[in-house]
Design a protein around this ligand. Sequence first.
Ligand code: ADP
Ligand code: MG
Length: 329
Amino acid sequence: MLEVRNIFKTYDNKPLLRGISFSVSQGETICLLGASGSGKSTLLRMIAGLESPESGHFLFNQIDLDQTPPHLRDFGLVFQDYGLFPHLNIFDNVAFGLKMRNVPTEKINSRVVEMLDLVNLQGFEKRKVTDLSGGEQQRVALARALAPSPCLLMFDEPLGALDKSLKEDLLNQIRAILHKTKIPAIYVTHDQDEAFTIADRILFLHEGEIIRDGTPNEAWTNPKSAWTARMLGMGNVIEGVIISANKVKTEVGIFTLNCKHKYSKGERISLLLKQSERGMDEIKLKVEDVLFKQDRFQVKLRGGLVIHLKDEPKIGQIIRVKVQVECLS
Ligand code: ADP
Ligand code: MG
């Protein structure tokens, strides 16, 4: 389906995207996860044809999109700010793409009803955009994007403007619709929870490159880099120095590595410390701060390490925690 080949983009002499390649297959939802400013929207705009890359190619079913203007690409877009036409009612908003394609009136009528049904807004045709809540507006935007049967859907932080309970609801609806329609999709976000809920595959965008590409399960099991582990909020990422074949010295103790890599003495590496009852190592540190979170205590230890406990510890108390240590490379 969509193939993104070696895309480069620079703004003001600063490289933003440095050789981005990936593909999206039929029925697949991929999620592009990256910090704010990492170039996610820019990449979507280029796929949509609203902007050109410096070099690289976008292909759809093996055909280079280079000469295809945006309106002929048949891609649907959903933005954070909905992008609805405020002067048009809901019917006309959803019908917009169909009218542009000169679809016969009767077909437009039935398609709009079908789409409003799909996004759970039956009977909303005559309503005004301004009378709808944020979540409802975003569902209209989704219906509008879906109406012309796009061959690819792109979502640019679509839940960014919604509050938490609405977010979960809408995300699950989007997920169900994508599964039902089997339209391939690219979903862009900086929120790892969203990425894990919606994605068949997550692409981690960092400093202009995709540094990890895998299913949520693969990414979680093996983040492969300090940045990915931090992005996923997996545990504590700390730095260490190799002091002998498999020993690494850190601010919070010396650990034994059991990964396949060969390190040389003096080499600096990043480690992931996961709190685990089955962990082979133990750390012993002073409690610096305690915060109650949901059903447990989030405890900050000396050295900036964060762990979770069922029982509240005292500030200043020394505690022992079993950890599992993994190298991040
Ligand atoms: P994201 O969507 O990941 O937050 P963007 O793609 O919006 O990131 O932007 C990435 C960077 O590119 C930002 O620092 C932004 O200032 C810069 N940028 C985006 N569009 C332009 C433009 N048209 N001209 C110059 N710089 C731009
Ligand atoms: Mg953006």
